[in-house]
Design a protein around this ligand. Structure first.
Ligand code: PEP
Length: 249
């Protein structure tokens, strides 16, 4: 059975005060949900310890990036072992902001995924096409390449800890959301690509991300191949994020 997940990516936003107020509120609200959704908070790494304490086991916690290296003289890097040591369960890999602003390649994504899985963590691997790629008719091919190359080193029972997040780059932070039909079509295509590389494709959760809000979440999550969402801006607004968690059927 696929996991239903709503993950909030805070990006480089937040403060100790926000951690206390926002996470405390979400934890209290989410405890009463009976839709089986797993709620994940993904703050900047420096707040992870505080979020783990506030989440008190009722919410999962993740990081936005991880090193592809294990340990040593790599100033500024954070290893997957450290992420696990702090009680995190998830890490994002290959978010479009990492790919576009920090030059992260599919090969880097594959190395980071391998590192996370070796440390028993769950990887949320982000894929998605730019507007130019979509307008050129290449959206499915671009996403297929990102899935195939980014997940090239996953094997056997490790698939149970892989989550794919489809995030069309043109929809991230822009207020433009893919229609539920277009998102469903890409999710179905991702599932075919997963099957082609030997994954148990019906068991891998595929999340949608890109301007998901309280008023469009239900339509997206009602689609058969959309297993929840990766939420940016709306994850910083307590009531909106909780409404999105409630919108999971
Ligand atoms: C994201 O950062 O992954 C994201 C989907 O952002 P937003 O919801 O703000 O578009």
């Amino acid at each position: 059975m696929r996991r239903k997940i709503v993950a909030g990516n805070w990006k480089m936003n937040g403060s100790k005060d926000l951690v206390e107020k926002l996470v405390g509120y979400i934890r209290a609200e989410v405890e009463s949900l009976d839709n089986g959704v797993e709620v994940v908070i993904i703050p900047p790494a420096i707040y992870v310890g505080d979020v783990v304490v506030q989440a008190a086991g009722a919410l999962a916690v993740g990081v936005q990036n991880v090193s592809r290296l294990q340990s040593g003289a790599y100033t500024g890097e954070i290893s997957s072992g450290m992420v696990a040591d702090f009680g995190c369960k998830y890490a994002l890999v290959g978010h479009s902001e990492r790919r576009q602003l920090f030059g992260e390649s599919d090969a880097d994504v594959a190395e980071k995924v391998a590192r996370l899985l070796a440390d028993d963590l769950n990887a949320i691997v982000c894929v998605g096409e730019t507007l130019d790629e979509r307008e050129a008719g290449n959206a499915e091919a671009v996403v297929a390449r990102q899935v195939e190359d980014g997940l090239a080193r996953v094997a056997g029972d490790q698939w149970g800890r892989v989550v794919v997040a489809y995030e069309p780059v043109w929809a991230i932070g822009t207020g433009k959301t893919a229609t539920a039909e277009d998102a469903q079509s890409m999710h179905a295509s991702i599932r075919k690509v997963l099957a082609g590389i030997g994954a148990p494709s019906e068991d891998v959760s595929v999340l949608y991300g890109g301007s998901v809000k309280a008023d469009n979440a239900a339509a997206l999550f009602a689609e058969p191949d959309i297993d929840g969402g990766l939420i940016g801006g709306a994850s910083l607004v307590a009531e909106d994020f909780v409404s999105i968690c409630r919108a999971v059927p």
